[in-house]
Design a protein around this ligand. Structure first.
Ligand code: NI
Length: 173
C-alpha cells in the first residue's frame, strides 16, 4: 500500500486532457491500487489519474459512505459516458485537489458509463445519486475540467486564490 501525493489546484496537469490507456500493465494495476489507497486515506470518494500526476484515463471511486456497509472500490479505465438523463440533479461537490472548498454543481441525474476493468473486461453500469455525480466529476478530471469550472468566474477566482495561498503555506512547511 502506498499513498501518493495529491496535486493541488492550480496545477497545469489538472487542466490537461489525458490519454487513453492502451495497455493494462502490472504497473498500471499497482498504480490503480495506490490510487484507491490514496483516496481512502484522504479520505475521499473518487480520484482521477491527473490528481496523482498520471496523465491517463483512469479513475477510482467508492461512494459507499456508511461505515457499517461493505466498501465498493471501483477502478474504471477509459470510462465513457454513453448516456445521460435529461433530468438533472444539484449536488454539493468538493475535490481532493481543492481541499475544503464546496459548491453546488448541476449535472445529469443519471448516467450510463462504459469502461474497462483492471483485467481488461468491458463493463457498464447505470449510475444514479451520488455515484452519478461522482463518476461525472471524475471523468471531467480526465478532460482537464474541475468542478469549479461550473461556477461563476468570480467564485472560481476566489477559490483559486485561496488554493494558491494554501500551496504557498504548505511549501513553507
Ligand atoms: Ni475532484
Amino acid at each position: 500500500m502506498s499513498i501518493r501525493p495529491i496535486l493541488i489546484h492550480p496545477d497545469p496537469r489538472l487542466k490537461k486532457k489525458t490519454d487513453p490507456v492502451t495497455e493494462i500493465t502490472d504497473a498500471l494495476r499497482a498504480t490503480a491500487h495506490d490510487m484507491l489507497d490514496t483516496m481512502y486515506d484522504a479520505p475521499g470518494i473518487g480520484l482521477a489519474g491527473p490528481q496523482v500526476g498520471l496523465m491517463q484515463r483512469i479513475i477510482v471511486m467508492d461512494c459507499i459512505k456508511d461505515p457499517e456497509a461493505a466498501p465498493r472500490p471501483m477502478v474504471l479505465i477509459n470510462p465513457q459516458i454513453v448516456w445521460s438523463s435529461e433530468s438533472r440533479n444539484i449536488h454539493e461537490e468538493g475535490c481532493l485537489s481543492i481541499p475544503d472548498q464546496y459548491a453546488d454543481v448541476e449535472r445529469p441525474a443519471e448516467v450510463e458509463v462504459r469502461w474497462l476493468s483492471l483485467d481488461g473486461a468491458e463493463q457498464s453500469e447505470h449510475f444514479t445519486g451520488l455515484w452519478a455525480t461522482c463518476v461525472q466529476h471524475e471523468i471531467d478530471h480526465l478532460d482537464g475540467r474541475l468542478f469549479i469550472d461550473y461556477l461563476t468566474p468570480l467564485k472560481r477566482q476566489l477559490i483559486t486564490r485561496k488554493m494558491t495561498k494554501l500551496k504557498r503555506e504548505r511549501a513553507r512547511m
